[in-house]
Design a protein. Sequence first.
Length: 238
Amino acid sequence: MRIEVVPTVEEIRFEQISNHVVIVIDVLRASSTIVTALGNGFASVLPVETIGQAQSLRTPTCTLAGERHCKKIPEFDYNNSPTQLARHPQKGGQLILTTTNGTRAIQKAERAPALLIGCFLNATACMSYAFHQKLDITLYCAGTRSEFALEDGLAAGYMISLAQAKYPMLQVCDLGKALMASYLHLADSIADVMPLTTTGKRLVQHLFTDDIAYCAQLDHYQLVPYVKERRILPYLVS
């Protein structure tokens, strides 16, 4: 078994998708929003690329969430905010989500035999599910505005540390080794580091400090979002 890491949304290659478990990582905030939505009662999440697509799919049982460069989309119900969705009053129904990077990454990897959504909130559950597929794993970091995002890399590093603890002979790409070392160095201060990343600073400017602290939690959910027929469904890890 081998783990590879893709640092930004644009850099995924076909050979990193074919016959791989792909885990899309967008800590701030698409992955965290999806995990939270499914963990708090939504039946499914439908990721779409454009605002128009999201609006055309609206029904009375659907909720729309999304952002463009951190700002809530007019006429949507929510920003791409896990703390907002954690307070959503109704159970069931579908969340339609469009974001700047995370939903694009999901669509670019949709041909993977197993496509999962991961972040700090569900890292252990996500890796446990991935191990059972008995395929090589690609950790696909969404990044921010076409650049590497440190928070995504640290989450990938955490996942790799979990994998190596279970499988010491696991092969890991050089980037993955560097990210695991970075995570282990910063493991006790993730919540302090996150507001200082490029995306974190942007969210602080837009007054989303609660989201940053929330997204820094390790293994808050034993839930794995997986993509099936372009919808994201929850799998509960026992």
